[in-house]
Design a protein around this ligand. Structure first.
Ligand SMILES: [Fe+2]
Length: 235
């Protein structure tokens, strides 16, 4: 499996503070059947230099090699929707056109459609992160559907499907899956102790909803297309 949304880099956001914890997170991911992780630190209050993210990715890959952990870390970012358009191309997933776009936790801004449109027009392919945890979308999933087109994709959090983010997020995640609105399941992990980089539990829930083959596309084929910069197959 491939995890395209994971706060695994040390000392850069609210993820792990030490390299040793990043290594423990990778160990957990490898044991779960994950072989590639896109490191996606928050770009919210602080705009980290893209070079700093790449440096930390290199350092973590070296540490994983030394520890014989079979995980490849790629660079990316978890980009808040209010970030200026001009900086986005530096923070795409594995230098492709795909970029994670995170709306505020409190609501979906009225400008959401305009934001997504501008990202598209700039030539990037937005992946909307965890809409199932957004209260506006929970109340009215049509708000999400209005944002979607063939180059706008949706990533839900694996732990939403297991109920770890509460009943509302769980119900919304299931609803979006049933509607065929989900392209990718990712961990959005932040730690080795809570919010761990585990996809298999969410995958098992998804299998019951959309069937084994489609569920595997959400954690294997589609994330593989993202990191290769290829087109995501329609479910
Ligand atoms: Fe995140």
């Amino acid at each position: 499996m491939i995890d395209i949304h994971c706060h695994i880099l040390p000392g850069i956001d609210d993820g792990p503070s030490q390299l040793s914890e990043s290594v423990r997170m990778a160990e957990i991911a490898a044991a779960d059947g994950i072989h590639t992780i896109v490191a996606t630190p928050h770009l919210n209050d602080t705009v980290h230099p893209a070079g700093l993210i790449r440096e930390k990715v290199d350092r973590l890959n070296n540490a994983l090699q030394k520890n014989n952990i079979s995980i490849t870390i790629l660079s990316g970012a978890d980009v808040a929707s209010h970030m200026p358009l001009s900086i986005l191309p530096q923070f795409t997933l594995n230098k492709t056109a795909y970029i994670l776009i995170e709306f505020p936790y409190s609501h979906l801004p009225r400008t959401a459609k305009d934001t997504i449109f501008k990202v598209l027009v700039s030539g990037l392919k937005p992946i909307i992160t965890h809409p199932e945890r957004n209260p506006s979308i929970i109340a009215d999933p049509n708000l999400l559907f209005q944002l979607l087109d063939s180059n706008v994709h949706v990533q839900i959090t694996a732990d939403s499907l297991t109920g770890a983010f509460g009943r509302d997020a769980e119900d919304c995640a299931v609803y979006l899956l049933k509607k065929g609105a989900v392209d990718i399941i990712a961990s959005d992990a932040h730690s080795a102790d809570y919010r761990k980089p585990i996809l298999s539990k969410g995958l098992r829930v998804a299998e019951k909803i959309v069937g084994r083959e489609k569920a595997h596309m959400l954690v294997c084929d589609n994330p593989a297309a993202v990191i290769a910069g290829a087109r995501i197959a329609a479910l």
